[in-house]
Ligand binder design. Structure first.
Ligand SMILES: *Cc1c(COP(=O)(O)O)cnc(C)c1O
Length: 369
């Protein structure tokens, strides 16, 4: 039997009645757009985070993009972020006409090296965009200090960190806005594209509601441009409401997989994920590192295994971002990691026997040397 890095089908079999009931509830409701399910999900997702506002949007890329616009980022502004992220983080900055500025990452957690941020701030810097990558939070305390000193906004990219905490604070609740994706693979995933932004600021919330709805205040009256059609669908919102009730269970299941991997692989020479002090990791992906990564992946081809690399090409080295003016060599820690990391299968319904096959197969390959 093949082992995939991610597979939702066992979860669907377990939750099928509830998911189909969610779909049926929406289809019978008489309101297919921006109705009771979107409102309900927004209230419940805000409630989970203990913040006053959540605005549902159509995907995570637009969550980041609209969050940036809602806090006032636009053409000519610089936004400090990392190159070790999903390209959409950077596409969102590019998409609002701002300039992404990269700092390198910490070699242990692969997260933004916050010590490098101060030196990257210029007259044009408007916003800091930390990415809570792989399921654990960037330390936001130093960024909060810099934001206060320099009058900057903070938008958190929480697409990989639903329910993750640092020193008790949930991802998305610290900055001016927290942007989430509910792409199916994410820790909280819909059955299609979906996203949301949370915020504690009334003005940011109001901006988001306009931005996702053509820039309109009332129906048919545009009060600001650029406006977007970036609504969250009712059907995904209703599915997400049902799944939100299980979010903490999904996270617990991911942690159990991570623990089994750690027990089985701790002595193999693979560098396993390191949890930074104060962090509660939610293991969106389980990233391991080895200098012979490519040989290991080649050896795995003879087994029916699928592995992933998040991410094989740092954003600043990709052709589509050549206009940003970076070159290979500019972010050495990011580039070194990209050559050596890979991700093991990770999802809440991954059966224990498959987890054990992951472990035994890797042990076999690593023992060959
Ligand atoms: C998935 C992801 C996004 C984009 O979300 P989509 O819903 O796919 O648009 C943005 N940032 C990060 C870090 C992601 O992992």
């Amino acid at each position: 039997m093949a082992i995939y890095v991610w597979d939702y089908r066992r979860e669907y079999e377990n939750e099928r009645e509830e998911i189909l009931d969610a779909v049926d509830t929406v289809f019978r409701s008489g309101q297919l757009m921006l109705g009771a399910s979107v409102r309900g999900f927004e209230a419940e997702f805000a409630g989970y985070h203990g913040v006053p506002h959540c605005v549902g949007v159509d995907n995570g890329t637009n969550a980041v993009k609209l969050a940036l616009q809602a806090v006032g980022v636009g053409p000519g502004d610089e936004v400090i972020t990392v190159s070790n992220t999903a390209a959409p983080t950077v596409l969102a900055i590019d998409g609002v006409g701002a300039t992404p500025v990269f700092v390198d990452i910490d070699p242990v957690t692969y997260l933004m090296d916050t010590d490098q941020v101060a030196a990257a701030i210029t007259e044009r810097t408007r916003c800091l965009l930390p990415v809570h990558l792989y399921g654990q939070c960037v330390d936001l305390a130093p960024l909060e200090r810099l934001a206060r000193q320099h009058g900057l906004k903070i938008v958190e990219d929480c697409a990989q960190a639903h329910g993750a905490r640092r020193e008790g604070r949930l991802a998305g609740t610290v900055g001016d806005a927290g942007a989430f994706s509910f792409y199916p693979t994410k820790v909280l995933g819909a059955y299609g594209d979906a996203g949301a932004v949370i915020t504690s600021t009334d003005e940011v919330e109001q901006n988001l509601r306009r931005l996702r709805y053509y820039g309109m205040e009332d129906r048919y009256y545009v009060v600001r441009t650029p406006g977007h059609n970036a609504r969250l669908d009712e059907v995904h919102a209703e599915i997400l409401r049902r799944k939100l009730r299980r979010l903490d269970d999904y996270i617990a299941a991911r942690r159990a997989v991570a623990q089994r991997y750690a027990e089985g692989l701790g002595d193999t020479g693979l560098v396993l994920p390191q949890v930074a002090p104060g962090n509660d990791h939610v293991y969106y992906v389980y990233v391991v590192r080895h200098p012979e990564r490519d040989a290991i992946l080649a050896a795995l081809k003879e087994f029916d295994f699928h592995f992933n690399i998040s991410y094989p090409w740092p954003v600043h080295t990709q052709t589509g971002f050549a206009h940003l003016g970076y070159a290979t060599g500019d972010l050495p820690v990011t580039e070194a990691a990209a050559n050596e990391i890979f991700s093991l299968p990770m999802y809440p319904s991954l059966p224990v026997d498959l987890q054990d096959r992951v472990v035994t197969t890797l042990r076999k390959i690593l023992a060959r040397g």
